[in-house]
Ligand binder design. Structure first.
Ligand SMILES: Nc1ncnc2c1ncn2[C@@H]1O[C@H](COP(=O)(O)OP(=O)(O)O)[C@@H](O)[C@H]1O
Ligand SMILES: [Mg+2]
Length: 246
């Protein structure tokens, strides 16, 4: 499989978004981001910077008070999750991202509830990337390890054939080997043609695999550039990479 290169067509555009949970308190203070077709975008930054909130703002889970989010040129600001999923936005939250009492197969079916007729075709695509899941479809998700659950969560989101996948810390809580695997899987998903926007605590590893990165600090983009540029930027290293994820 060859990697599709970014064609310059914006898929997701976040333009000067201010957003927050409580009245009068903004967590995002003018945040902007562009993800072009085929890109893997990394979002890093200190704890509490608003990284998860940015993904929630794209996915209509937090009050956007000004600014816009658009998908392929259409304004999707504040649309509800079911509408966004139908339009091709997949979201994998950091926690509670599988249904533990359901089997792997049932989890995948939940991912496709809006288009059940496509099940067979999508299952083939997903088990092409996550072959080990295909052999264990009847196993309950609750009996899986953290790394395996993360794969089920990614698979479930991929069932809808998303245009863009939003991933919140896919490597969090995993052993070092499983963390590596999570990054490899995200790369594979991206190489299969899915535009990805990934938030990561493991900043160095994230910048190594992403096309472009954004450093978020206090709800604003502090730095942006290619993964390599950010890795080589002394300020970014000093302020945000430090001893993280060496
Ligand atoms: N549901 C919520 N209600 C109120 N405040 C929240 C909520 N979720 C997050 N916050 C606050 O928003 C800020 C940014 O959080 P978050 O986006 O989760 O940061 P990050 O993902 O970068 O660690 C934090 O100060 C956090 O306390
Ligand atoms: Mg977070």
């Amino acid at each position: 499989m060859t990697a599709p290169t970014a064609t310059g067509t914006p898929v997701v555009v976040v333009d000067d978004v201010h957003a927050g949970y409580l009245p009068g308190v903004n967590i995002l203070n003018g945040c902007s981001l562009v993800a072009e077709q085929g890109e893997l975008i990394g979002i890093i930054g200190p704890n509490g910077a608003g990284k998860s909130t940015l993904l929630k703002a794209i996915f209509g889970q937090v009050n956007v008070r000004s600014g816009t989010v658009s998908l392929e040129g259409d304004d999707i600001t504040g649309l509800r999750a079911n509408k966004l999923v139908a339009r091709g936005v997949g979201f994998i939250p950091q926690n509670n991202n599988v249904f533990p009492s359901l089997t792997i197969e049932e989890n995948l079916q939940m991912g496709l509830y809006q288009r059940p007729s496509a099940y067979k075709e999508r299952l083939e695509f997903v088990t092409g990337i996550f072959s080990e899941l295909g052999k264990r479809l009847k196993q309950r998700a609750g009996s899986l390890s953290g790394g395996e659950r993360q794969m089920v969560a990614m698979s479930r989101a991929l069932m809808m054939d998303p245009k863009v996948l939003l991933l919140d810390e896919p490597s969090a809580g995993l052993s070092p080997v499983r963390q590596d695997e999570a990054f490899i899987r995200v790369s594979e998903i991206n190489k299969a043609g899915v535009t990805c926007i990934m938030v990561e605590q493991n900043a160095r590893r994230c910048l190594q695999i992403c096309d472009r990165g954004y450093v978020l600090d206090q709800g604003r983009d502090a730095y942006t550039g290619t993964g390599r540029e950010l890795l080589n930027d002394p300020k970014v290293t000093e302020l945000y990479l430090g001893t993280l994820g060496t």
